[in-house]
Design a protein around this ligand. Sequence first.
Ligand SMILES: [Zn+2]
Length: 264
Amino acid sequence: MKIFISVDIEGITGVTSWKETELGNQEHRICAEQMTKETIAACQGALAMGAKEILIKDAHDSARNIDFTKIPKCAKISRGWTNTPDSMVAGLDETFDAAIFIGYHSGSGYDGNPLSHTMSTSNNYIKINGEIASEFVINSYIAANYGVPVVFLSGDKMLCERAKKFNKGIETLAVKEGVGGAAISINPELSCELIREGVKNALKHISACKIEIPDKFEVEINYKEHSKAKKASYFPGVSQTGPYMVKYTAKDVNELSATMMFIL
Ligand SMILES: [Zn+2]
């Protein structure tokens, strides 16, 4: 079995402020350590179920957060950015059996996490086919495009609840609940235990986590600054629909993600 693990930081146990997510900031160290522990816990769950290969994508900001000296022998870790449309799930392809998302967070337009955002902090929301889309949703489509189901998700409570509606078979673990600018987290060791067990369970029903890929993607982006909407409107296929708003229609997942890479 070959497993892909994409790891963000805003949905890691305890993480509450932007400063804690920035490499080089003193407050980042402890959060990156917990991010590492939750990643290892996911690896242990996968190994217990017979995984022979694991690719870990460090998928936050610098993409140099996880302590790579701690990963299991059968795992590889992708640090830094490939600058390809697959972004947070770069390296994923048809050879993987399942994907796992750790430390994910509510998207822009939702108050489920003090650090809610989608792909960048430039937007108030991104809608896909009329629904506000989180990074979980976008990356799930990219994975589905390779035929790889996302079987496990950890992060904030609101994201986990929404994920269950999007992917009926997915196993989730809410390690915290966002309340305004605060996050109420469970015990960090318990998070790791529950991730380990959750991943084990999830890998027992991989095929239940398959999702449908829509025939087309109608995308609407509402930016925080009107100048961004203006700039984006010059990208082929993108049109400005209001001072802060653009839209485009993508015929497939590749077009969805490639356009996003240039205009967010
Ligand atoms: Zn992040």
